[in-house]
Write a protein that binds this ligand. Structure first.
Ligand SMILES: Cc1cc2nc3c(=O)[nH]c(=O)nc-3n(C[C@H](O)[C@H](O)[C@H](O)COP(=O)(O)OP(=O)(O)OC[C@H]3O[C@@H](n4cnc5c(N)ncnc54)[C@H](O)[C@@H]3O)c2cc1C
Ligand code: FES
Length: 261
């Protein structure tokens, strides 16, 4: 984990309120693993002391990309950064996803902006010779991640709650269709999506190993403040240090409130 200055290469609104920012940061790019995140100082002055956690979305040589929704002050500030600006980052942080040695067919499940870390995972999995299917679910069609930004080898299946694209309904409804194919499942989305999956685990997952990335509110991002503590079957764990990726079965889902991302 390092503190690094990253130069903004580009910053574009690719969907309403969703930005893709490419950053030049050799020290972070050289160590980044899918599922890890960076803490970004989003502004200057005392009111911006707290950094914001954002997943590493893509990697290309010395460059990393972040994908973020504008939800408050910090992400609004970040959305206004322009090519040539410098950002103060801490990272890469957290544990990241882990592909089991016997896994070949990987099912990635994205709820909304939860697609952010899964595109990097898809990149790495394809490089390792795995097959990747990505299920992407959003409330409506304008919030669906653009297919042209995905590696072409990824098989994309979409669902929207209002039926304006893909299958109508929640993305979790599609899970049983892929259980005959998938060796391992990787998910990122709101806590409510995980709670649905955990509650209907036998029906939806048929016992397949499943890793999830937790997005809870964070203070320091490096194990100091205990602001990100969650209850697991193995005791209390810090999402920033022990996670953000956990086995679905390890988390006590009834004890978690939805972070709302
Ligand atoms: C490990 C990790 C990875 C993340 N990766 C991404 C990502 O790749 N893309 C992305 O868009 N977002 C991601 N998030 C969520 C992101 O950190 C928050 O949206 C961001 O910190 C909000 O900052 P803000 O100053 O704009 O909003 P604030 O003014 O701080 O808050 C605005 C609203 O966002 C909610 N919020 C704030 N922080 C979080 C949080 N950490 N989790 C859930 N809800 C929050 C608040 O409850 C409030 O409703 C991630 C969070 C974690 C913990
Ligand atoms: S955010 Fe401070 S300990 Fe995890």
């Amino acid at each position: 984990m390092r503190q690094a200055t990253a130069r903004v290469i580009s910053n574009n609104e690719i969907m309403p309120r969703v930005y893709l920012v490419w950053l030049n940061s050799p020290p972070i790019a050289s160590q980044a693993q899918p599922g890890q995140f960076v803490m970004v100082r989003c502004g200057e002055g005392l009111e911006y002391q707290l950094r914001r956690p954002l997943s590493i979305h893509q990697l290309d040589g010395n460059e990393i990309a972040l994908l973020f929704t504008v939800v408050g002050k910090g992400t609004r500030w970040l959305s206004q950064c322009q090519a040539g600006d410098n950002l103060d980052l801490l990272g890469p942080l957290g544990n990241g996803y882990s592909i089991h040695s016997g896994s070949h067919n990987l099912l990635l499940v994205a709820g909304g902006i939860g697609i952010a870390p899964l595109v990097f995972l898809a990149q790495q999995a394809l490089n390792q010779g795995c097959s990747v299917t990505l299920l992407s679910g959003t409330p409506t069609t304008t919030q669906l991640y653009p297919e042209y930004l995905l590696p072409p080898e990824v098989k994309l299946v979409t669902a929207t709650e209002d039926g304006t694209a893909g299958r109508k309904g929640m993305i979790t409804n599609l899970l049983p269709d892929f259980m005959g194919w998938a060796d391992q499942i990787f998910a990122c989305g709101p806590i409510s999506m995980y709670q649905t999956i955990a509650a209907r685990k036998q029906h939806l997952l048929k016992g397949k190993p499943t890793q999830v990335s937790l997005e809870v509110r964070m203070g320091c991002g490096r194990g100091v403040c205990y602001g990100c503590t969650v209850k697991t079957k193995r005791g209390l764990r810090q999402v920033c240090k022990d996670g953000p990726v956990f086995d679905l079965d390890d988390i006590l889902w009834d004890e978690l409130a939805d972070g709302g991302v």
